[in-house]
Design a protein around this ligand. Structure first.
Ligand code: ISL
Ligand code: CA
Length: 557
């Protein structure tokens, strides 16, 4: 009889429920529409809870559902304690929370507190004049000496980060759209108001928060500092003390600026900050130094593996990784890292395997579990995202051809992830009975959840298996990570070791067969855990993998 895993003496890290959990991200607008208005909503999510329970996920991260004018699809919040009418009501949210809980699923909300909407009452007050009590909730500056913006800070969505407010003769800061004014975290009243709001939601029983661009809240715009400001960690620790302490919740910070060192500041076990952060090095590694994601570099598996290995090593003793290929801002995983044509199914499975077998908490973005692909849009008016539309204008002004822009957007626009979830082979993929707010991908005929659930060999069932394995095998949760063949351009090979157990993962990222010599350390016999083509329980000196084939096996000694 094997030792019960919760007593496994090899586990050094203090156990947390979210170590063995898998999170599923829902982008409500594009998930399921219950009333035919073309916009996904909370009753739609409730109707899909059985599907999510079947997939086996533990947590739903809900992208923003709060009241919002939807300039940035809800990342511009006008009331943190109310629900956008197109998504539903507070009562419907309570029902979602309760029904998810019955299925053992927690709900993590998106905490967007770097900025609010310009429709938020705080900002409406702040705009009333320099002596309004809410003026200091935001960041106002006098014009520069030339009468223009105070400095050259740029918005992430393009153009100056400063917007002029004629009545008061001052500029306010917006690191995103001009309808997303930045909150002034130096003001203790702002911090108090945010903590009160967080407690209000936590008291309702949510399972935690995903914190939008949290690395920006300590900004010092006069010194051109946006990410990693000098008081950033003070603010997060204060937030922890005031809201998270003594609550057993999952928190994950979105931190584009994080390094392996600063990840330990956010997620170190003695730090009293966050459970984990999202790091984006595997994403930005393929961006151009000048044109960013609108002109991307060719795929480079050696570089990708080195990013993952670095992060696996860096957080092996302390801190915790989050593992993801995609989200609502990023292209579809199988289109970006796999082959979304001939080898869509094996490559989607292989991507899932290499990610889920690493150490950290895996995140699945809606539709990834059925291998959904990028949006094949050909005209700019098919795109809806504010970032894409702004960048289109700016890049064309700067001389980029419309065709080149569409090529870049096809690859990397945020709308790739935002086309409706494909439930059936019916019209608009069964997402709505009306007209969807953004066109559905035309491939719902063969890529849809209903077909995937019916087919035991589908990408869906592969994810299901991976999610279950994490719950039953401590070695997948806590095992030490070791990579091999680091310089191989087509093979990802690593092991995870805990006590007397070892998992070996071998994956091909190639469209053609690849023969390799295996290092002596991984030549072994064991139990096949999960595979794309057929189970393998023995590894000799040589192996030939079919296109996008992956295998993993468990060895006990
Ligand atoms: O998506 C991006 C790059 O692919 C960034 O421009 C993005 O805005 C950045 O990742 C921050 O994202 C978060 O905050 C934004 C919101 O638009 C994103 O959807 C959100 O994930 C502002 O709240
Ligand atoms: Ca709807």
């Amino acid at each position: 009889m094997s030792t019960p895993t919760h007593l496994n003496p090899a586990v050094a890290t203090k156990r947390q429920w979210w170590h063995s959990s898998t999170v599923y991200q829902i982008y409500p607008r594009s998930f399921a529409d219950s009333n035919g208005d073309g916009i996904g909503d909370i009753p739609g999510i409730i109707s899909k809870l059985d599907y999510l329970e079947n997939l086996g996920i533990d947590v739903i991260w809900l992208s923003p559902i709060y009241a919002s004018p939807m300039d940035d699809n809800g990342y511009d919040i006008s009331n943190y304690q109310d629900i956008a009418p197109e998504f539903g009501t507070l009562d419907e949210f309570r029902e979602l929370l309760a029904k998810a809980k019955e299925r053992g699923i927690g709900i993590v909300l998106d905490l967007v507190v770097n900025h609010t909407s310009d429709d938020h009452d705080w900002f409406k007050q702040a705009k009333c004049g320099r002596d309004n009590p809410f003026r200091d909730f935001y960041i106002w500056r006098d014009p520069g000496s030339d009468g223009g913006p105070p400095n050259d800070l740029q918005s992430y969505f393009g153009g100056s980060a400063w917007e002029f407010d004629p009545p008061s003769g001052q500029y306010y800061l917006h690191l995103f759209s001009r309808r997303q004014p930045d909150l002034n975290w130096e003001n203790p009243r702002v911090r108090r108001a945010i903590c009160d709001m967080m407690n209000w939601w936590l008291d309702r029983g949510i399972a935690g928060f995903r914190m939008d661009v949290i690395d920006l809240i300590g900004k010092q715009p006069d010194r051109m500092i946006t990410a990693d400001g000098p008081h950033l960690h003070d603010y997060i620790q204060e937030m922890h003390r005031e809201t998270l302490a003594r609550r057993d919740v999952l928190t994950v910070g979105e931190t584009w600026s994080v390094t392996p060192d600063s990840a330990l500041l956010y997620s170190g076990r003695e730090r009293q900050e966050l459970s984990m952060v999202f790091q984006f090095e595997h994403v930005t590694q393929r961006w151009d130094e000048v044109f960013g994601k609108w002109r991307s570099k060719p795929f480079d598996l050696v570089a990708l593996k080195s990013v993952f290995s670095k992060w696996q090593q860096a957080l092996s003793e302390d801190g915790w990784n989050s593992l993801f290929w995609g989200n609502h801002d990023l292209p579809r995983a199988v289109s970006r890292y796999g082959n979304d044509g001939e080898f869509r199914v094996p490559s989607a499975k292989t991507l899932a395997t290499v990610l889920h077998m690493m150490r950290g908490t895996p995140y699945v973005y809606q539709g990834e579990e059925i291998g959904m692909t990028n949006a094949p849009f050909t005209a700019i008016d098919q795109y809806k995202d504010i970032e894409t539309l702004n960048m289109h204008r700016l890049h064309l002004e700067a001389g980029l051809s419309p065709e080149d822009f569409i090529t870049g957007a096809n690859m990397n626009s945020r709308d790739n992830a935002r086309t409706p979830m494909q439930w059936t082979d019916g019209s608009h993929g069964g997402f709505t009975t009306g007209t969807p707010w953004i066109e559905a991908n035309g491939n719902a005929g063969h890529i849809n959840a209903a077909a995937a659930v019916r087919d035991e060999t589908s990408v869906f069932h592969h994810y299901r298996k991976l999610i279950t394995l994490r719950k039953t095998h401590d070695v997948i949760v806590y095992g030490r990570f070791q990579s091999y063949l680091d310089q191989h351009p087509e093979i990802f090979l690593y092991t995870r070791t805990l006590g007397g157990e070892r998992v070996t993962v071998i994956a091909s990222f190639s469209d053609t067969p690849v023969a390799i010599d295996l290092p002596a350390e991984v030549q072994t016999e064991g139990e096949a855990l999960v595979w794309t083509h057929e189970p393998v329980s023995q590894l000799g000196k040589e192996i030939t993998l079919r296109p996008w084939e992956s295998i993993s096996l468990l060895t006990r000694n």
